[in-house]
Design a protein around this ligand. Structure first.
Ligand SMILES: Nc1ncnc2c1ncn2[C@@H]1O[C@H](COP(=O)(O)OP(=O)(O)OP(=O)(O)O)[C@@H](O)[C@H]1O
Length: 766
């Protein structure tokens, strides 16, 4: 029984249908607009081309957002299948457009602030959504894997290089006594200091009390003083309140309850959850119906279909004989058998099926239209439509029966030829198979080094070796960062803007999450096998890798030089390790293969201190592995580096074609980061905390610095005191000042590296 949904459900069913219909309508308009724009594109005006592409991009992202919501919430199983195809198509198109912009501008970062202004949109409207189905549709598999991981990790833990290093330090007796003495003296000292402080406070209190009693003011003067203080205090309070009321009225400050989650939102979330349960139930009913309807058609209509097919084919034999004087040759099974006889496809129709994703989206309109013109008033609960299932299954049953009929009719034709034409049926020369032609060139298939092992045992071994790790659960939306509102303005003034953290988040969603999450997008959109995240220490590169895994349910393999050091030694060991990692990564896709400090793999000269670690172990094999990854393998190699300039640029760029610079946060990002991190650590933000000033003085500091400063201030004790003593900006300055910011030289080095890369790309060097 489906759980009863709250009454609001009925409106929502209609609402999501409308969301879908509107998105579909917008998509149709957009495709028409695009095809009109395709031919007379002004080739020379680069700015205009970019504007057109950016406008299309923004509009497609809006459609993508609507379709994602519709797919997530609509409960009708067949409608969801149609939306899913359009959704994947639109994701592919968004990626294509992004790629076109990259090729046009030789830069990964693009700024749409002016387009947003023209279209009257906010930055949130173009935030790339992460479809929930990426994880929700394989939640069972993920839980199963999580169980195995947890079991192995609790049993013996992964073998990490650190475990070799962190040995218990053995102390001599004298040393141990000294440590204990030092700690004990420190404890006694602290205790004594505390007593002394209390005594001094007590003395101070007494002194003040004595002074008070010694006062020789007369009553009137004392009353005036009290009134003065009280009136001042009450007026200040009144003025403050009036000021706040005015600000509230003008909408300049949020109302007091604005941080509380509204009841309506909570209600909506409950409904969303309930809908996913209904979704599952309708899906199960649909799956059952598909099987039973097919069986029924086969049983009831099968004999009739068989007879009519045989009749049609016999008729064809006779017509051919009448026209040519002899019986025809029966079409080969490889060519489609008797289906070829009745196919009415023109050559144009055949070529129509080989179109780009953009056109593939177009073809799906017919499917969507089926639903938009259908009268669904009787289908209040949104269960599957049996008539459509029947149509589909009838076609499938026909195909199956056609294969059997072909066998029979081939025999019948042979007999006919023998009886009527006395044709003994000379053996036809077999067409030289395609395989034969290519046979010479075909490469040797890669040898499976672990053919005798199950994928589960490889999975477990990799966990034990610490090569397959459990990423912390972070969402991409946890990567805080503000939109850059001045990108276009700066570019117009010929200043290359520093990308904002929100741009980085978008790029990660586009190039990482969407293709990894959807097989269709991975196969259709421009193929990306490797991705490099570069930026100063502590800007969230690892966090982005973890978010990528969380959002797509991908496995995380750690091939960082420090992690593989000493594991699977020797050349054959390395071969085996890579074979295992990529075999498991492919079979249990999607997977992310992370190489931290990846510049070390491409060192020009290995520093002496790191020689033992053999950082360049992967250098030779990495390009080969990248080459071997195909469109159907949802595996992404992600490298992170804080010192890209230490690498030999040429081989480095050959492996990493897509490079994303993760910058330190700008003022607006710092503002939201401070707010977010303080709240997350149990702090309270009041008027007394001037976040704007803290953000201003923390210029040059990274997310990690901010995080550490907040952690240093917001101790348990400080959190308890918040009610009496609100946080102030000055408290954060000390912990911040104790850390080193990113120095200008380092930032310049990143900018320089970025420009050099851009230049190489322009020259198509890498
Ligand atoms: N945009 C962000 N929003 C919220 N937290 C962030 C953000 N960026 C980084 N952090 C936090 O900062 C800390 C450091 O991030 P992380 O370890 O991913 O940095 P990194 O660039 O990989 O550093 P390194 O290069 O030193 O290895 C993490 O705790 C992460 O959660």
């Amino acid at each position: 029984m489906a759980p009863a949904l709250p009454p609001i459900k009925t409106n929502w069913t209609i609402a999501y249908g409308k969301v879908w219909a509107l998105a579909q309508g917008a998509l149709e308009d957009l495709l028409q607009e695009e095809s009109a724009n395709q031919v007379p594109r002004p080739q020379k005006d680069q700015v205009l081309i970019f504007q057109t592409l950016a406008t299309f991009y923004v509009k497609y992202v809006q459609i993508l957002r609507s379709l994602e919501v519709a797919y997530d919430q609509i409960v009708h199983p067949q409608k969801r299948r149609v939306i899913r195809q359009v959704l994947d198509g639109v994701m592919g198109r968004v990626l294509e457009l992004k790629n076109e912009m990259v090729e046009l501008e030789f830069s990964e970062f693009h700024y749409y602030d002016d387009v947003l202004q023209d279209l009257k949109l906010t930055p949130e409207d173009i935030e790339i959504p992460v479809p929930k189905y990426f994880v929700s549709e394989k939640i069972k598999v993920l839980k199963e894997r999580e169980k195995i991981l947890a079991k192995i990790l609790t049993q013996n833990g992964p073998r990490t290089p650190e475990t070799k290093i962190t040995m218990t330090k053995i102390m001599s007796l004298e040393e141990a006594i000294r440590v204990i003495q030092v700690s004990e003296r420190a404890r006694q000292g602290r205790l004594r200091a505390k007593f002394m402080k209390e005594i001094r406070q007590e003395e101070e209190k007494e002194r003040k009390a004595n002074v008070r009693w010694e006062s020789s003011l007369d009553r009137d003067e004392a009353a005036t003083r009290i009134q003065k203080v009280w009136l001042g205090y009450s007026q200040r309070k009144k003025t403050k309140k009036e000021r706040l009321d005015e600000f509230l009225f003008l909408g300049m400050v949020p109302p007091a309850h604005h941080q509380e989650v509204s009841v309506t939102i909570l209600h909506a979330q409950e409904i969303e959850k309930a809908r996913s349960v209904v979704q599952e139930e309708h899906e199960a009913q649909y799956q059952q119906a598909v099987v039973s309807i097919k069986d029924t058609i086969r049983e009831v209509e099968g004999p009739d279909i068989k007879e009519s097919l045989q009749e049609q084919i016999r008729q064809w034999f006779i017509e051919c004989r009448n026209a040519t004087g002899k019986f025809p040759d029966y079409p080969d099974e490889d060519d489609g058998g008797s289906a070829v006889i009745f196919a009415e496809k023109t050559p144009e129709q055949v070529s129509d099926t080989q179109v780009t994703p953009f056109h593939a989206t177009f073809c799906l309109f017919s499917l969507s239209e089926v639903w938009h013109v259908r009268d669904e008033s009787a289908n209040f609960i949104q269960r599957f439509d049996a008539e459509l299932v029947k149509e589909e299954k009838r076609r499938e049953v026909e195909e199956e029966i056609r294969v059997q009929v072909d066998e029979l009719m081939r025999q019948e034709l042979k007999n006919l030829k023998l009886a009527v034409d006395r044709d003994k049926g000379k053996k036809k020369k077999k067409k030289k198979g395609k395989k034969g032609k290519k046979g010479g060139k075909k490469k040797k298939k890669e040898k499976d080094l672990t053919a005798d092992r199950t994928i589960e045992s490889l999975f477990e071994e990799l966990i034990r070796e610490g090569l397959l790790v459990r990423p912390p659960a972070v969402r991409l939306s946890d990567f805080i960062g503000e939109f850059s509102y001045l990108g276009t303005t700066l570019r117009q003034a010929d200043v290359e803007p520093m990308p904002s953290l929100s741009d980085v988040r978008q790029l990660m969603a586009l190039h990482g999450v969407l293709p990894l999450g959807s097989q269709a997008v991975h196969e259709k959109a421009p193929l990306l096998k490797t991705l490099l995240l570069t930026g100063p220490s502590g800007v969230g590169k690892k966090m982005l890798v973890h978010a990528l895994c969380t959002e797509t349910g991908a496995n995380l393999f750690n091939l960082s030089p420090a992690n593989i050091s000493g594991k699977y030694p020797g050349k054959s060991g390395l071969q085996m390790m890579l074979h295992m990692v990529f075999k498991v990564a492919r079979q249990l896709q999607p997977s992310v293969v992370w190489i931290g400090e990846t510049e070390k793999t491409f060192y020009k000269k290995v520093p002496k201190a790191e020689k033992e670690m053999e950082p360049k172990r992967l250098k030779k094999d990495l390009p080969k592995i990248v080459k071997s990854l195909k469109a159907e393998d949802r595996v992404l190699i992600v490298g992170t580096t804080r010192r890209p300039f230490d690498a030999d640029l040429k081989p480095f760029c050959k492996v990493y074609k897509k490079i994303i610079l993760v910058p330190r946060p700008d003022y607006s990002s710092r503002l939201v980061l401070w707010r977010h991190i303080i709240l997350r650590h149990g702090g309270l933000i009041t008027d007394l905390l001037d976040l704007s000033s803290v953000s201003k003085v923390s210029d040059g500091y990274t997310q990690t610095h901010i995080l550490q400063a907040v952690q240093a201030v917001l101790t348990e004790r400080r959190i308890q005191l918040l009610g009496r003593k609100p946080l102030s900006a000055i408290e954060f300055i000390g912990p911040l000042a104790r850390q080193d910011p990113i120095f200008k030289e380092e930032e310049e080095a990143f900018k320089g590296a970025k420009l050099r890369l851009r230049e190489r790309r322009r020259k198509k060097d890498c």
